[in-house]
Write a protein that binds this ligand. Sequence first.
Ligand code: BG6
Length: 477
Amino acid sequence: IPVDPFDLVLFGATGDLARRKILPSLYRRFLAGQMPDTARVIGAARSELSNEEFRDLVREALAEFVSKAKTDKAAIDAFVAQCSYIAIDAKGDGGWSDLKQMVREDAIKAFYFSVAPSIFGALADKLRSHGIACDNSRLVVEKPFGTDLKTAKKLNADLAASFREDQIYRIDHFLGKETVQNLMAVRFANVLFEPLWNERYIDHVQITVAETVGVGGRGSYYDKSGAMRDMVQNHLMQLLCLTAMEPPAAFDPDRLRDEKLKVIRALDPVPLKDVVRGQYKSGPEPSYIEDAENADSKTESYIALKIGISNWRWKHTPFYLRTGKRLTKRMSEIVVQFKETPHSIFDRDDGSTANALTIRLQPDEGIDLSVTIKEPGPGGMRLTNVPLDMSFADALGADDAEMPDAYERLIMDVIRGNQTLFMRGDEVEAAWAWTDPIINAWEAQGDKPKQYPQGSSGPEEALALLLRDGRRWRDLE
Ligand code: BG6
């Protein structure tokens, strides 16, 4: 269903995220017939470019980041005809009155800040003071939303000076991933899981976001951030919240975000003994230190944490989180490990347990319930674990490559005015309020992260984090 006509002003239109994600996602929605002919994408950045030069950049981005099957010349020509460009001076006056002429009064206006957070406030202020933004305009902001509680509060205050909270869409692109939304569908549209979804039946939860890429190319940003700020405070936190939250009263932005906020506020402080930080060594690719160009770096490219949640539902069920770069495999999943039966009537010789629900985010998005059954055949009552597997690709006939990118959904949600999959200001602040003391503690201690080989599953100390509790990480192999 096409959305209403819109003008999307993309600040940072010549930047990396715009090229890799935002423009290709808009193009795919255009191909799907969701972006009406009357919609316009207005690129805005510092460089002086003509409309044609910008359209060439868009063409190059599509050639690089959209699958060949979809890059039909006629379609691309039609899409770029809806794109234009304006050079903007974020802090001065250049370009603003022209931009005011360009945006239409009768279209939905969305302003997308794909720029450094340090200029969020200045841009928001210009949009207001030049009368470009109005009361129902939407503002989209990218992460990182601050580097700690103090900076996040300042960003929230800067944006609040020009926009209401219900106009602000803070992106966490993990919330746009198909399986992440499916986690909510599975939990709240089936009666099967809810009675078991608590500390009585769930032994623990593992959340893994493993990547094979390093930080080369973005070392200067990453070295000030590290895995905790780059991934845990936002993406893994969102996954934890959706797994742990109470059923909201309605699938409505504020009801949902209220429940996520309650989870964040119930997170226990994490002592350093429950944190393992790592840095990848060199070979075959450069080491973290080389990528970051900082020989003394104490920034982590890997982190594992054990987290407790102090509420009735989760009091004795730990959540183990891990994420890292240059690991053996690109794999993201949430594993909900149920407890053993209270008393086993069968002899198990392999020591393995099934009873797990795995929500796979990537690759091969899907949900897999692992159960124990009798091994077929006459060999007596021998047990084995098998998956009741639902790969979305198989079940829904969608090819993995065809799954809409998270950004496609999120950008269309902005145009529709639906904030459900975006973070609210208080949620982001609460996440930083939990993160800050952990970071402060390791900074005060001053230890260097543990070194781990490229292509491994992280530092060995991370294994010990679970082993000491009699548990094991799911194999990354
Ligand atoms: C980004 C992080 O937010 O998410 C990156 O800054 C990370 O470091 C990326 O690689 C992972 O996203 P995806 O969609 O590729 O899993």
